[in-house]
Write a new protein. Sequence first.
Length: 55
Amino acid sequence: MCTHKQRIVKPSFRARSTGRPLDDADFVFAAGPAASETMRKRYEHIPTQTTPRQR
């Protein structure tokens, strides 16, 4: 909620480099280089390399 205008807001995360919303299907969570084995197993089923979508 915006405390200044007393309005409910919809949070939005965006890629800094492009400004695109991170809820786009082109973005996924992935284990980073310092991830533990548990974290790597948690994300191993998520593909990190895909072909770009046609827009």
